[in-house]
Design a protein around this ligand. Structure first.
Ligand SMILES: C[S@@+](CC[C@H](N)C(=O)[O-])C[C@H]1O[C@@H](n2cnc3c(N)ncnc32)[C@H](O)[C@@H]1O
Length: 319
């Protein structure tokens, strides 16, 4: 199949609404070329992205690209997109030059186009995530490298929710811990736990694509013997206890299994939660405290929160 690449030159402010418009019109493979990414260093100095090619980025403003199948509706769809973008002016959104262009690409180019935006990233004191197709040499002897091919599963490893989870694992995991990863996606947290010294890691996800992706990435990192991967709904029917349960999922889902997390942890064990958007922080905190967890840390990155909670049997509220 042939694809048309639509490219929109705009401003930072317009990234989100334009991305929504593109999603709604059925465009795939959204790419954002923001020159800020070339210099971006997260507040805590991590998040360094190596080797992005400046020639791929606009000098000013932001370029948003997405892919539309070439069919008889293409010109109508493009008109619809342009119209919806122009409507954003009603909301005083600055559209910058608002230049829209189209070019034709083939299936093969489309399938791999996004790969060039995914580069080795140092995301914590020790851990660097590198895509499997990139050559990367560690810069220090204690650097831990996770090789990842996210494929279709969530988890390039660079999303703030994942970075927060990995930083918490790095801070709190003790060697020989048993770890459960609920919602493993690409397997990035399970691999991080294992490489940080966990004795056993159990990775669960509801989605079969994620399960296969975790299996593949565990193998790429030579950890397929250490990480047990299974399709499972949260912690339903999991009869074991762990020292650490990590879950980067969503506030609404975390609150559904706080009781199971409690039951599947040893006394003194840690529940590392992430994927919590700022305005849901209190909801998750309240639920954890109500269960008897002691809040050990609340960490933030961009709009996202990660809460580390400790099972403390002596403080559990009798229900
Ligand atoms: C935000 S992703 C996190 C992926 C990875 N752990 C990371 O940190 O990058 C959330 C994952 O949770 C999985 N998930 C959602 N609901 C679930 C459920 N009820 N049981 C198990 N996994 C679930 C999704 O399929 C997805 O892979």
């Amino acid at each position: 199949m042939k694809w048309s690449e639509i490219s929109i030159h705009t401003t930072n402010e317009a990234i989100e609404p334009i991305s929504n418009i593109l999603h709604e019109t059925g465009a795939s493979g959204l790419v954002i070329e923001d020159p800020l990414d070339l210099v971006k260093v997260r507040e805590n100095v991590y998040g360094e992205i190596y080797d992005l090619d400046p020639n791929e980025y606009p000098e000013e403003g932001v370029r948003i690209k997405a892919y539309l199948p070439i069919n008889s509706f293409l010109s109508e769809t493009v008109e619809e997109i342009k119209q919806a973008i122009n409507n954003l002016l009603i909301y005083d959104i600055d559209l910058g030059t608002n230049q829209v262009s189209l070019s034709e690409i083939n299936e093969e180019e489309w399938a791999t186009a996004w790969k060039k935006y995914y580069k080795p990233v140092k995301i914590s004191k020790k851990i660097t995530i590198t895509p499997t197709w990139e050559e990367y040499s560690p810069v220090s002897t204690d650097e831990i490298i996770i090789e990842l091919d996210p494929g279709m599963a969530f988890g390039t490893g660079t999303h703030p929710t994942t970075v927060l989870s990995i930083q918490a694992l790095e801070t709190y995991l003790t060697k020989e811990d048993i770890v459960i990863d609920v919602g493993c996606g690409s397997g990035v947290l399970s691999i991080a736990a294992s490489k940080l010294g966990a004795k056993e890691v159990y990775a669960y996800d509801l989605d079969e694509i994620a399960v296969n992706s975790t299996k593949l990435n565990a193998k790429v990192n030579q950890l397929d013997q250490q990480i047990v991967v299974k399709q499972n709904n949260l912690l339903n029917n999991i009869n074991m206890t762990a020292d650490v349960i990590v879950s980067n999922i969503l506030a609404e889902i975390i609150v559904q299994f706080v009781d199971d997390a409690w039951n599947n942890l040893v006394d003194g064990g840690l529940f590392i939660t992430s994927g919590i958007i700022q305005n849901k922080k209190q909801l998750v905190k309240d639920k954890l405290v109500e269960q008897g967890f002691e809040i050990v840390a609340v960490n933030e990155m961009e709009d996202w929160i990660s809460i580390v909670a400790k099972k403390n049997e002596s403080t559990q509220v009798n229900k």
